[in-house]
Design a protein around this ligand. Sequence first.
Ligand code: ACO
Length: 323
Amino acid sequence: MAGRAVVVGVGHYLPERVVPNSEFETTLDTSDEWIRTRSGIERRHFAAEGETTSDLAFNAAEAALKDAGLTAADIDAIILATSTADLTFPSAATMVQARLGMTNGFAFDVQAVCAGFVYALSNANALILSGQAKRVLVIGAETFSRIMDWTDRSTCVLFGDGAGAVILEGQEGAGTAQDRGILSTDLNSDGRYKDLLYVDGGVSTQSTGYLRMQGNQVFRHAVDKLAATAETALEKAGLSCDDVDWIVPHQANIRIIQGTARKMGLPMKNVVVTVQDHGNTSAASIPLALSVGKARGQIKQGDLIVTEAIGGGLAWGAVVLRW
Ligand code: ACO
């Protein structure tokens, strides 16, 4: 027998305001056509004035708890992946903990930009397997609209706000790749690539800053590194690409998603795609796609899923799980 961290609930929340590509045509030298063909994005949600990352995270957490039939009292730990926390401290995770009325356990943020949710899943898995927690609420939530330079057409049309959450529960498994739950993880980073994707401000520089990205350079790293980390994670689980029911990728760009699937030898019918509706929501994109994929009837119990993401750092990784 072996311990496994099994997904027992999933949920998401998107802010009310939907912004179509055409809205950028009024302020920037861009077009719906350029944004669609270069990125696959058609619309994105932006948080309302005063609506913060912990607000989005709280709503996604409530949806995941409802889906699991659990209450906050059943949760031992919260891990919130975000690069856009409400405040420098406390963590957005403890703010969600308070909103949920949860006074037990512990909560903390993880910051690995777009790879944040994969890092958070991996940490939650380790907490469960080591017996430090039985149930972990893992959230990805972002308000990237707050770090956009609205005069920079090469970045501001690509990102959106949102949140998704899953609840992982420790359960016994047979120790085989047929078990439900997380089967393997693979995390990587290489700080030499900082200049490709960063925010030019922060606490220690006493500013907030804006997202800066050399998009075509990031693109070049993305397909190779994403396919490699997904294949490594599958190998660690004793599986191969042939076993995969769904790739649930970070939703940054449809061309990256297609290129990675092609490299893994999988058709697009095996990929959950939400980038057209959400844009790049950084750490929120994978749990959003898991939740939407389940609601659409794509993801079903027993399906083998590989999630993969890359973002600022560069930081990247993959998680293989059976739903
Ligand atoms: N509208 C019209 N033209 C534009 C726009 C726009 N919104 N943005 C850029 N362009 C222009 C550029 O100025 C350039 O013009 P030039 O040829 O005259 O210089 C031209 O379009 C091509 O620019 P590229 O950057 O080479 O275009 P590319 O095909 O690479 O697409 C994109 C750009 C969509 C950013 C793509 O490179 C990409 O998706 N990169 C990866 C981003 C990513 O995956 N990020 C993930 C991590 S995010 C995170 O961690 C927070």
